[in-house]
Design a protein around this ligand. Structure first.
Ligand SMILES: [Zn+2]
Length: 245
């Protein structure tokens, strides 16, 4: 018989949103992420200036990317279009999407527009070179947000080796002392093992034991108050659902 996987968690390690995917990694509402995004967009704006980007194009691109990062499922920002060509180019990109833009799909009319601008200012630069460099800039932006998420995830996992272990052991001792109490009898086998034996078990088994008992108590609202009651990182580490306040 194959045992069902009961606790599969791929929550965001930063804000604990369920079902983490790349769109979320880029648009996570966590305050640290928002700060990183602001910094990255300031740098991108500076890069646009440095590369002699068509001046009317820059604010529209920045505002569109910012708007997508803030709310990927929201509406496109409203613009006063400086020219019909620019409007057309941006609408083409909107159809491809800003996620695609960040992944390196820059709509051709934008590249043509940039190329025409270079010509108009007698620059020897090419729109295609600009686009290639912009793709690298976009990948860097994605990479930064991805790396940040990984560092937070690593910190969460590092709890295993740090304070989390002691906190977990203390909470297990307290849960054990409380005993089966008002829990259903199906839980009795969890208390049949001696506490000393239980505490010597592998970390994964300790977490599993605690998850079962704590979820059971929370389900019938008789949970005790300890760091696992309020600390979102600790709850995420164990696999307890986020606290609803
Ligand atoms: Zn998040």
């Amino acid at each position: 018989m194959r045992r069902r996987k009961q606790y599969v968690h791929d929550n965001c390690p930063r804000c604990n949103a369920p079902l983490e995917h790349l769109v979320h990694i880029l648009t996570c509402p966590h305050p640290e992420v928002r700060t990183i995004i602001s910094d990255l967009l300031i740098k991108l704006e500076a890069w646009f200036a440095q590369e002699d980007t068509y001046p009317s194009l820059t604010p529209i691109l920045i505002a569109s990317i910012r708007s997508w990062l803030l709310d990927p499922y929201g509406d496109e920002p409203a613009f006063l279009w400086p020219s019909p060509l620019l409007c057309e180019a941006i609408i083409t990109q909107q159809q491809v999407g800003w996620y695609a833009f960040l992944m390196g799909f820059i709509a051709n009319p934008i590249v043509s527009l940039q190329n025409s601008y270079y010509k108009s200012i007698d620059s020897k630069k090419k729109g295609t070179t600009w686009a290639t460099r912009l793709i690298i800039k976009s990948w860097n932006l994605v990479y930064h947000l991805w790396t940040h998420r990984n560092s937070v995830l690593h910190e969460t996992q590092a709890l295993d080796a740090l304070s989390g272990v002691t906190t977990l052991r203390n909470s297990i001792i307290a849960e054990y002392a409380l005993g089966q109490d008002s829990l259903h009898r199906v839980y009795s086998r969890y208390f049949s093992v001696r506490l000393e034996t239980l505490l010597q078990k592998h970390m994964d088994q300790l977490k599993q034991w605690f998850l079962v008992i704590r979820s059971g108590r929370e389900a019938i609202h008789v949970s005790m108050t300890d760091p696992f009651t309020t600390n979102a990182t600790l709850r995420n580490w164990i696999g307890l659902p986020p606290i609803h306040t």
